[in-house]
Write a protein that binds this ligand. Structure first.
Ligand code: ACO
Length: 430
């Protein structure tokens, strides 16, 4: 990080302070505001529009140019050439693995894919109709109770083993929450399958018959995982970092990330897209629906992004995957898909969306692909969580190793009552 330039902030009372300008390897420079406290002032930046909370080497996004890099590699290249476990290795360790490193990593992840038998009993405590994300928050958090042997977060080996456990066990826990929901028996992971094949097997296999994965559908899910693997300091990742900054263990931190991901403005968006399509109901209602969007009665889900004010680069990859999957499953004429494509076309040409730089985000298409794969709507955000686990744990690991990080503690602009004296009940009831 270079910081040989200075910005000077001068207040109307004549006081001034010098603020170093920091430059990264790519992207906007940032002002180092740590000295601002000396003036007895803080910054006010709700929703962190202008705040860099950390320095990171993991993921780079240029929202205006529509760029997303993991450790410097463009997402389009990884989605085409890499597989999910290789991408996990890259995010966690910073470099693409050699074939030997990848084989070892693969083996280690597979060794950890089963969950403790005691953990499986947690499911019985949930109602069958519990939202699978509610189950995920609880069961992933509960992993903290099982691995006391490796919870020293200052020990890099302990952090590594926790990372492997999370990458390996979150898909098993996710598939179990689905099986519990539909009343089918849990499927033990099968190590002869690849990571993604195994996940599909645990989701769709039954003990009654052989499960044969369809390579095109496996590839589509692999892409969804790769595209969702990390996205720098988004809401759920920032939640994981903030929880981790207090020294909480990685399983508890990832559970907090899952909770933050659940919201419809974040990971819940692909589920919201499908709900929206069902509510619209028929292609003949699309114009009427778009009228309501422009009157701000509701939002067009799957459109817009806090950072991408141009095309979301993940959306372009997912759009191609979407067409491949629909073709493979001969679903091109499915009414719901036709309606989605109609909405996309209208929005891309409508001045309301163009002026506000609202483009389809990855979740507009991923919802459609997941539905085609046979994944029920209430599992969509869970799939996102499975893919994002590696991002959360890589960011958490980076934060713990960063000497500059301390417990996260934002300040506030207080606008409540000034000091007043307590009034006893007799005085209030008058
Ligand atoms: N449909 C209609 N109008 C929208 C939409 C939308 N999806 N998104 C933003 N707008 C409008 C707003 O009404 C606002 O209009 P105005 O300037 O006339 O008031 C303008 O565009 C800017 O909106 P903001 O809410 O300020 O944009 P912000 O960057 O804060 O929000 C967000 C980004 C939350 C993603 C928003 O676009 C949204 O709600 N989209 C739908 C939900 C969604 O798809 N989320 C997925 C995000 S991707 C992910 O998590 C992987």
């Amino acid at each position: 990080m270079e910081n040989n330039r200075i910005a000077t902030l001068t207040l109307d009372d004549g006081r001034s302070i010098e603020l170093p300008v920091m430059s990264g390897t790519l992207g906007a420079d940032v002002l180092d505001l740590r000295n601002l406290q000396k003036l007895g002032m803080y910054t006010y930046d709700p929703a962190f529009f202008s705040t860099a909370s950390c320095a990171s080497q993991i993921t780079y996004i240029d929202g205006d140019a529509g760029l997303l890099y993991y450790r410097g590699y463009p997402i389009e290249q990884l989605a085409k050439g890499s597989d999910f476990l290789e991408t996990c290795y890259l995010l966690l360790h910073g470099e693409l693995p050699t074939s030997r490193q990848l084989a070892e990593f693969n083996l280690k992840v597979k060794r950890h894919s089963m969950v403790h038998d005691q953990l499986a009993r947690f499911y019985n405590g949930f109602r069958r109709d519990a939202h699978p994300m509610a189950v995920m928050v609880g069961v992933v958090g509960a992993l903290s109770a099982f691995y006391h042997d490796s919870l020293d977060i200052t020990n890099p080996e302990h952090r590594e083993i926790s990372a492997l456990r999370l990458i390996a066990k979150v898909p098993t826990i996710a598939a179990m929450s689905y099986k519990y929901n539909i009343g089918e028996p849990f499927m033990f992971p099968r190590n002869s399958f690849s990571y993604v094949e195994n996940f599909m097997y645990m989701m769709f296999g039954t003990p009654c018959e052989e499960y044969v994965p369809n390579p095109k559908l496996v590839r589509a899910l692999e892409r969804i995982f790769i595209l969702h693997a990390d996205h720098e300091q988004n809401a759920s990742t920032s939640t994981v970092r903030l929880a981790g900054s207090s020294g909480a263990n990685p399983f508890a931190c990832v559970a907090s990330g899952i909770a933050a991901l659940w919201g419809p403005a974040h990971g819940g968006a692909n589920e919201a897209v499908l709900k929206m399509l069902h509510e619209i109901g028929d292609i003949s209602h699309v114009d009427e629906f778009m009228k309501g969007v422009k009157e701000k009665k509701y939002r067009l889900m799957g459109f817009g992004h806090r950072v991408y004010k141009n095309m979301d680069p993940r959306a372009s990859v997912m759009r191609d995957t979407c067409y491949e999957v629909l073709q493979e499953l001969k679903l091109e004429n499915d009414p719901l898909f036709k309606m989605a494509l109609q909405l996309e076309q209208i929005a891309l040409q409508d001045p309301y969306f163009i002026e506000r730089k609202l483009y389809p985000n990855v979740d507009f298409y991923s919802g459609i692909v997941l539905r085609a794969l046979g994944i029920p709507t209430n599992m969509f955000t869970v799939i996102f969580a499975v893919g994002r686990t590696i991002g959360w744990i890589s960011q958490w690991n980076e934060m713990i190793a960063d000497k500059e990080q301390k417990i996260g503690r934002p300040r506030q602009l207080y606008i409540g009552a000034t000091k007043r004296d307590y009034v006893p009940m007799q005085g209030r009831d008058k």
